[in-house]
Design a protein. Structure first.
Length: 114
């Protein structure tokens, strides 16, 4: 199983970015959940958004109403639409696939300037 994340970059506060994570080597029907995490400098990695195999979602409180997680089983992707970005959203974002164990993507850097 491999995951490839993309879509990070530099954006001004109030702007938007869309992260995408494509996974390989596994059937979508086997996946328990797909998630996005982030880790800011000097901080612990935290869960940003998660979508279950049944489509239920949950979000970090600070991103509710601004971020949306979605999955496309035909393209084997999980996306994170991020709107109204704030400087405190600056972090490396990682996608994670939960199966019998967890698989992580390589991370993509999001920088939000004030």
């Amino acid at each position: 199983v491999q995951l490839q994340a993309s879509g990070g970059g530099l954006v001004q506060a109030g702007g938007s970015l869309r992260l995408s994570c494509e996974y390989y080597g596994i059937s979508s029907g086997s996946i328990i959940s797909l998630s996005w995490y982030r880790q800011a400098p000097g901080k612990q990695r935290e869960l940003v958004a998660r979508i279950s195999r049944y489509g239920s979602t949950n979000y970090l409180d600070s991103v509710k109403g601004r971020f949306t997680i979605s999955r496309d089983n035909t393209r084997n992707t999980v996306d994170l639409q991020m709107n109204n970005l704030k400087p405190e959203d600056t972090a490396i974002y990682y996608c994670k696939l939960q199966l019998g164990r967890d698989y992580w993507g390589q991370g993509t850097l999001v920088t939000v300037s004030s």
